[in-house]
Ligand binder design. Structure first.
Ligand SMILES: Nc1nc2c(ncn2[C@@H]2O[C@H](COP(=O)(O)OP(=O)(O)OP(=O)(O)O)[C@@H](O)[C@H]2O)c(=O)[nH]1
Ligand SMILES: [Mg+2]
Length: 404
C-alpha cells in the first residue's frame, strides 16, 4: 500500500496527505455538493489502496457511472457496501465487489456487516453519505458507527473519509460528532441569491495542533474532478516584454485584442494546470493605454510581472505599471522573459535593478507566442519557465486566505 492522498493538492499540502489511522469529515452546507470530494479521493487511491465505500446515497451502478463521467477509473480495488439498493427494490449489481445489505433499515445488520468488512484489510474507507446515516438512525447510532470505525482504523492501516451534509443539526450534537473525527474540512457556497462560487477549508486537524489553514475556491469539472479555482491573475509589464506571448504559452485557448502586434485592449487565457483552473488577464504595455490598467487590475488575486531581461531600461516602467494596476501587495511572480536572447541579464542582476522585495520570486522564461507559429512549418517550439511561474504563483495565491 502507498499512503493515501486526497488528490487535491491544497489538502495534501496542508494536511501532509491523508494519514492512516485518521478520519476526515467533509461537511458541506446543503446548497453545495460534497460527493465530488469522495470521487476524487477514491480515484486518486484506487491503484494502490483497497477501498471500501459505504454507499447509502445511490446505487453502485449509478455511483460508477458518475465516476466514468469524471473519467475516473473504476478498478477491482474498489468495493462497495451497498446500503441503498434494497431500499428501492432494485436489485444490486451482484458484482463480486459489491456487498449488499439485505435490509438497509436494520441498523444492527449495518453495524454487523460494516464491522466484519472493516476486518478485511481495507486501507481507505469512504462514507457516502454519513449525514444520511444520521438522518435515518439518529445521532446516537451515528456516533456508535464512528466509535467502531475509530477502533478499527486505530489497529489497522486504514484512513477514513466521511461525507456529511450539514442540515442545520443541533450545535451540541454536531460538535459531538465532529469531535470524534480527526479533521474537519468545510465546504461552503458563496451565496448571493444564487451560488456563484464554492470554497473549502480545513477548520480542524488534530494531528497538526496549532496550525492555521486557509480556504480555497474550487470548481467541479467533468471530466477532471475537483480543481482549485483562481478567478483572476493579472499579467502586466512593459511594451513588447512578452505578456501576450506568456498568456498564449500558458493556456490553450487564449485570445488577444492586438493591432500591429501590440495589445490594444487585453489578453485573456484560461489555464488548466496541475489541478488548478485560472483565468489570466493581460494588459497592454504601451503608455497610451494606461487608463485601462486599473480597470484590468481590479479583482485580481495574483500578478505575473513580465519583463524583457535584455531591456533593463524598461524596469522603472514595469514598477510604474504595477503601481497603476493597483496590485501592490498581491502575490506576485516576475517572469524574466526572453531569457533565450543574447545579452539576457542574470536573475540576480534583474532583482537588483528592479528594487523589489528580495523574497519576490523571479523565474527566467522563454514565452514565444506559439499561436503565431505557422502550424504547417516545422519549427522548434520555445517555451520554458512558464509553468514554473504559474505553479509558484498558484502556491502563493492559495496560501492567502480569501475568506478571513
Ligand atoms: N526570443 C524571444 N522572443 C519573445 C519571447 N516572448 C515573446 N517574444 C517575442 O516578442 C514580441 C513581443 O511579444 P508580445 O507577447 O506581443 O509582447 P507584449 O508584452 O504582449 O506586448 P504589448 O502588448 O504591445 O505590450 C513578439 O514578437 C514575440 O514573439 C521570448 O521569450 N523570447
Ligand atoms: Mg500584448
Amino acid at each position: 500500500m502507498v499512503d493515501p492522498l486526497f488528490g487535491i493538492a491544497k489538502l495534501d499540502g496542508e494536511l501532509g496527505g491523508f494519514p492512516t489511522h485518521k478520519s476526515v469529515i467533509f461537511s458541506a452546507s446543503p446548497a453545495v455538493g460534497n460527493e465530488a470530494f469522495g470521487y476524487q479521493i477514491v480515484a486518486n487511491n484506487e491503484k494502490d489502496n483497497k477501498i471500501l465505500i459505504f454507499l447509502n446515497r445511490t446505487s453502485p451502478p449509478a455511483y460508477f457511472k458518475e465516476m466514468e463521467e469524471f473519467h475516473f477509473p473504476v478498478s477491482k480495488n474498489i468495493f462497495v457496501l451497498d446500503a441503498y439498493s434494497n431500499l428501492t427494490g432494485i436489485e444490486s449489481s451482484g458484482s463480486a465487489n459489491v456487498i449488499v445489505i439485505k435490509n438497509p433499515n436494520d441498523k444492527e445488520e449495518i453495524l454487523r456487516t460494516l464491522g466484519a468488512e472493516l476486518e478485511k484489510g481495507y486501507t481507505l474507507v469512504l462514507f457516502d453519505s454519513f449525514s444520511l446515516v444520521v438522518d435515518t438512525f439518529g445521532f446516537d447510532y451515528a456516533i456508535s458507527i464512528i466509535a467502531m470505525l475509530r477502533e478499527k482504523i486505530n489497529k489497522s492501516e486504514t484512513a477514513a473519509a466521511l461525507l456529511f451534509t450539514d442540515w442545520g443539526y443541533g450545535e451540541n450534537e454536531r460538535a459531538g460528532l465532529m469531535n470524534l473525527t480527526d479533521a474537519e474540512v468545510v465546504i461552503r457556497g458563496i451565496e448571493k441569491r444564487v451560488i456563484f462560487g464554492q470554497y473549502f477549508g480545513v477548520i480542524k486537524c488534530k494531528w497538526l495542533p496549532g496550525k492555521s489553514f486557509t480556504s480555497t475556491l474550487f470548481k467541479v469539472v467533468k471530466p477532471g474532478g475537483i480543481k482549485i479555482a483562481i478567478p483572476k491573475i493579472l499579467v502586466t509589464g512593459p511594451t513588447d516584454a512578452g505578456k501576450s506571448s506568456f498568456i498564449h504559452s500558458a493556456s490553450k485557448n487564449a485570445v488577444s485584442v492586438d493591432k500591429l502586434g501590440g495589445t490594444i485592449a487585453l489578453d485573456h487565457g484560461s489555464v488548466d494546470f496541475k489541478g488548478y483552473l485560472a483565468d489570466l488577464f493581460g494588459t497592454p504595455g504601451q503608455e497610451r493605454f494606461d487608463p485601462l490598467l486599473k480597470l484590468l487590475g481590479g479583482d485580481s488575486i495574483g500578478v505575473v510581472l513580465v519583463v524583457d531581461c535584455t531591456k533593463p531600461e524598461q524596469f522603472p516602467r514595469a514598477i510604474e505599471m504595477l503601481r497603476k494596476t493597483e496590485t501592490f501587495g498581491l502575490p506576485i511572480v516576475i517572469a524574466a522573459n526572453k531569457a533565450d536572447l543574447p545579452g539576457a541579464l542574470s536573475i540576480d542582476d534583474i532583482k537588483n535593478r528592479l528594487h523589489l522585495n528580495n523574497d519576490v520570486p523571479i523565474t527566467a522564461t522563454v514565452a514565444e507566442d506559439l499561436s503565431r507559429i505557422d502550424p504547417n512549418q516545422p519549427t522548434k517550439l520555445k517555451k520554458s519557465g512558464v509553468d514554473e511561474v504559474l505553479s509558484t504563483l498558484f502556491r502563493l495565491v492559495i496560501e492567502e486566505d480569501l475568506f478571513k
